[in-house]
Each structure stands twice: as structure tokens, then as C-alpha cells.
Design a binder for this molecule. Sequence first.
Ligand SMILES: Nc1nc2c(ncn2[C@@H]2O[C@H](COP(=O)(O)OP(=O)(O)OP(=O)(O)O)[C@@H](O)[C@H]2O)c(=O)[nH]1
Ligand SMILES: [Mg+2]
Ligand SMILES: [Zn+2]
Length: 331
Amino acid sequence: MDTPKGEYICKARKKLTEGDTGRKKPLAVGDRVVLEQIDTSKKEAVIYEVKRRRTRLSRSHPANPRLEQIIAANVDQALIVSAVKEPPLTVGIIDRYVIATEYGGIVPIICINKIDLISSDETDYTDTAQIYRQAGYQTALVSAESGEGLETLKNLLIDKTTVIAGHSGVGKSSIINALQPGLELKTAPLGYKGKHCTATASLLGLDMGGYVVDTPGIRELQPWDIDKGEVQQFFTEIWKKADECKLPACTHTHEPNCAVKKALEEGEIPRTRYDSYVAIVQSVGSNQAPRATDVDDPGQQIPKKKRQRSRRRRRQDMENLIDENWKDFIN
Ligand SMILES: Nc1nc2c(ncn2[C@@H]2O[C@H](COP(=O)(O)OP(=O)(O)OP(=O)(O)O)[C@@H](O)[C@H]2O)c(=O)[nH]1
Ligand SMILES: [Mg+2]
Ligand SMILES: [Zn+2]
């Protein structure tokens, strides 16, 4: 571990591994920790304490959905990477990441990579990008291969700490290599059919200022601690219409006099957004399930009401920012 006093070999204190499955330590990349030096001559230390996390990107643990798994901590924003093809562009995973990032206090940026693979008459990916822009998200269309769009992307990442996330093979490590020459992160060789070229998450400094966290591609992301009724808050177009529905707890799936379904029929809400919303609602658990977190101090868990308020405020802040600057994000 890099510290202000040089590199140290660190072990986690036993207590830090308690309260989890035993397979994974509750430490995450980006954690601020307190070290206790055990041997000055050998530069060895024990991680004594994990500081309160300012933000977090979490998911439900794939092996045990009642446990929280933290992918990265204390980052400002997440670059949610997909590819135009190889692997094919799927909005479901983007929307799941948007939920997980906003839930954890992180600003999402939608990034579509490998645009060099597409001919000029195939415009599906630009339509997808436009839908996200209209929903209020920052969007970057790039090619790590040709370098297209990377200058715009740099402007979004400068002086920020950004976790780079997405399916395996979309080009996360390739984008970082293109942004920061000299890192030479391992990427999948051409024609490689296997998955998961990057095996662990790592925090990397950028010469232009800021940090990125490269993460291993994940197969699925089930948002942590989200109820069916909460999913709509992460879909701006749906959330804006929800107040007009007749039933106060309308889920916009089967209820009568639903303003969201009306907006869908009138073409105001894109079909892809609605279908993705419904698929996520169907997949998340009910709110009765008891849950465990790997946060030691229960005081760190924000009460649900307060979280909803801050999420709404954050969304408003983001919308204001995008109104002013959104033109800069088009490339
Ligand atoms: N044509 C093209 N190929 C790309 C581009 N970016 C990445 N690739 C290729 O896509 C493959 C996967 O890239 P990686 O950077 O290893 O992908 P990753 O997202 O880091 O994958 P994991 O580490 O497994 O999660 C490699 O063969 C890259 O050369 C691009 O912009 N255009
Ligand atoms: Mg990688
Ligand atoms: Zn409704």
C-alpha cells in the first residue's frame, strides 16, 4: 500500500474481516485507513481502522444478496462503460450502475466505447446516448483504439476520483491506458474469448490530475438495498411523471390511470427506458428482507428517509449543472 511514508506491506486487523462472509474482507479500494506500524525496518503495518466512507459503489453480494459488497469507496464519480459491440450494448446494466452510483452518492457518467467498430449508417448507439443526455446524464462516446472522444472524456475526469465500471471486455483498462500512457494495464488480447482480464480493483494516479479505479468486469449488478418502489427515483423521466399517477404508490406496471404509461404511449418516455425500469423493478427484492452490511459502525448507515431526500437534492443539483453545461458533454 502506498502511504505518505512510502510503500508498506499491510495486513488487515482481524476485526476488519468479521461481519462478512469470510470470503471477502470488508475493505474496498478507495478506503481511507489508519495504519499502525509494526516493524519500522521492514515497512510492515496493520490496517487498524477504516474511516467513514464518503461515497460508495455497492451491490448485493452475488453469493448472498443480503450482504453488501463494496466495489469502490470515496470516489466522486463513476464512468459506466459499455461498448457499441463486442460485447453488445445493453442498457439494463447501465441503468443498474446508475442506480448503484446515485444510491452511494456518486455521479454517473455514461460512456460508450469502441465507436471505431461502427459504420456511419449504424446510429443505434447515438440514439441511446441521446436518450441518456435527455434524461440528464453526462455522456461520452469514445474509442480507446482510435482516440476519438478521449479529449472530452479527459475534461470530465480531470481532478476527480473516478471508478471505471462495466461488463468484462468493454474496454475499461484500454481506456485508462489511452488516457494515461505508461501504465500498461493488462488488456484482453485480440480474439480473446475468456472473461475478466483485470482481476482486482486498483487506484491509479493520472498525470493531468485525479485518480481512476480500474475494476474487474462483473457479470451482474443487483443494486444494494433498493426496494421496488424506489427504482423509479433513478429514472428521471419516470420520476417526473409519477406525481400525476392516480394511485400514490403506483409502480407504473399494471395500475389504472397511470401517467407514466400514458407518457410512454405518447412517446414522451422512450420504450427502452420503460422496459429497463420494469425489468429492474421485477428483479429487486421486497423491503421486508433483513439485510446486513459490512459497515462496522451502524451509525454510518443513513436512515432511509434522509437518503431519499438527499437523492432528490442531488438529482436537482445535477440537473442544474447539466442545463448549464450539457453542450460540452456532446462529442
Ligand atoms: N476496436 C476496439 N477495440 C477495443 C477498444 N477498446 C478496447 N478494445 C479491445 O477490447 C478488448 C477488451 O478490452 P479490455 O480493456 O481488456 O476490457 P476490460 O473492460 O478492461 O475487461 P475486463 O478487465 O475483463 O473487465 C481488448 O481486446 C481491447 O483491445 C476500442 O475502442 N475499439
Ligand atoms: Mg480490464
Ligand atoms: Zn403510474
